[in-house]
Design a protein around this ligand. Sequence first.
Ligand code: BDR
Ligand code: CA
Length: 368
Amino acid sequence: MNFRTGLSGISRRAFVASGAGLAASSLTASLPAFGQGVGPHRVIIDTDPGVDDAFALLLAMRSPELKIEGITPVAGNVPLELTLPNALRMVEIAGRTDIPVAVGAKAPLQRRLVTATYAHGENGLGGAVFPEPKLRPIADPASVFIRQIVRKYPGQVTLITLGPQTNLAIALESDPDLARMIKGVTMMGGSLSGGNVTPAAEFNVYVDPEASRIVFQSGIPVTMVGLDVTRKTALTDAHVKRLEDAGTAVSLAAAKIARNDIDLNRKEGNATGPNMHDSLALASFLEPSLLTWRPYYVDVETSGELTAGETLGYRPSESGLRGSAPTLAGTKTSVMLRDKFVPNANVAIDVNSAKFFDLLIGRLASKG
Ligand code: BDR
Ligand code: CA
């Protein structure tokens, strides 16, 4: 589904609510929402660096199609005290200190922070050490910054979220008109095929499921790049060697992070290198044809004892969308939540991994 087309004269919410989206989405189901047409495209990158976040940031800053309006680090893989300087370091390494970096949320909306140092090392960069950044963040916090930029360029800004979606959720909650001004959200997060933190939940959505629910229910067209595809993007020694051979500041920094993280993974007993989850989400925006897409109605489980953070995808071929069976004590009936298919997300279901790595390593290693 291409959420950007076919909507003239009718608001996106009204279009979706009317059910007209069903026919349109069936016709154009293979097209993701963004990253197409003449650039540069205005984006804000929301991120929790993070090994694969660092790669995604470097890729973004080596991509002329993007007009990066800002970077908004959030707590996730490691606490904010580390994701913030890590983001600033990547900006300095890429020589892009023109890009504003705005401080994001320290904790999820309603939960205690869970980090992923087992995968990203204690410092978030696989243990690779870089100098303290000299660059400072801007004064405005991330949620305020997001609002300002979206309001400055209504309908033009895509949020690329690579971590828990806390910053965006805060912005949406504080400004009810904001959602309809956001062009789209391209997210690394979720899964329709099981999780990587629990059997049900992918890390980013697991950390802040309430935030992701706000995003999915906001009416903003969502492009979901989840574990279904990002599991197919393990970095190899050969990729790292290409980065080392290129010998640029960016390629050497990426290689250093990768080498450290591959070593860390080996110590943890993983034979393969880290998955490039976030770089794939970024690349999907640059080159949607790397992936195969299907429209889904996606919702986030927030109350399940075992399943909080699960993303559930509903397809048109299935029968009406029903809530859980009523309990004896409860007052609710077995509710039919939706009787029509109303997609809210384009979900990546397959990826050409070889082409993705050509793009990723090619751009990180390029000398231009
Ligand atoms: C996601 O979780 C983080 O650990 C990665 O950076 C990625 O954004 C994968 O589940
Ligand atoms: Ca991330």
